[in-house]
Design a protein around this ligand. Structure first.
Ligand code: 3NM
Length: 214
């Protein structure tokens, strides 16, 4: 993918919520209709619904021509024919993830601090996810909040585009873009909204994405 196309897709990156509430496919529909430019399927339980749900969301992404990314597991990403995988610091080596999904797939990695960035072989990834920028209750084991200053520190050192994550919504997304983020990755601001479609549209507006409404 060309760097400018990647940056375009990273702008509003929706990640499915596996903690109850609306079904992930419904979340993804609202997010995409609301303007999401990339979707990650995150199901930490890797439970029985994994393949069916992932395949349905993949099809939805294909129809809408946006990349479909699988969280954590490069083997599953490859088996599903996903467009890429997103791995954390603890998900095994980035080099291995790249070798499994191949050179044409997207690989993202989570980096929370400058130390982690320095230890990460970024030549094997396409983008970096950095956070939590703001407080989040969606990931109980998240690292300490880094704030916009922490986000900017990683962006300033990173050779790869950086997506901000953690507690992001339509009200604070602009601060992430001002710091130089290529995009924002969100879960609850869409998945737990009273009106997921409406809140997705608000966020899209804050991301500078034009959304057509009927
Ligand atoms: N990763 P919400 S924060 C999945 O800091 C995830 O690496 C984080 O959810 C990190 O948009 C996070 O609801 C949760 O705050 C993001």
């Amino acid at each position: 993918m060309l760097p400018e196309d990647l940056r375009k897709h990273l702008r509003f990156y929706f990640i499915t919520d596996d903690s109850g509430g609306p079904a992930p496919l419904e979340q993804a529909k609202a997010a995409i209709l609301g303007g999401a430019t990339m979707v990650q399927y995150r199901n930490k339980a890797f439970d029985g619904r994994f393949f069916e749900e992932a395949t349905a969301i993949l099809r939805l992404c294909r129809v809408n021509q946006i990349p479909f990314i699988v969280n954590d597991d490069p083997v599953l990403a490859r088996a599903l024919g996903a467009d890429g995988v997103h791995v954390g610091q603890a998900d095994g080596s980035l080099k291995t993830a790249r070798s499994i999904v191949g050179k044409n797939a997207l690989v993202g990695v989570s980096v929370s601090t400058l130390d982690e960035l320095a230890r990460t072989p970024v030549e094997f990834c396409d983008y970096i996810g950095t956070g939590p920028v703001f407080a989040t209750s969606t990931k109980p084991d998240a690292s300490p909040v880094i704030g916009v200053a922490g986000l900017k520190a990683v962006i300033d050192r990173s050779k790869k585009p950086v997506v901000a994550i953690g507690g992001i919504n339509a009200a604070n997304a602009a601060a992430c873009f001002s710091a130089g983020a290529a995009g924002v990755a969100v879960i609850s601001c869409v998945s737990r909204a009273d009106s997921p479609l409406e809140d997705a549209r608000f966020l899209a507006g804050a991301c500078g994405i034009e959304v057509f409404s009927e």
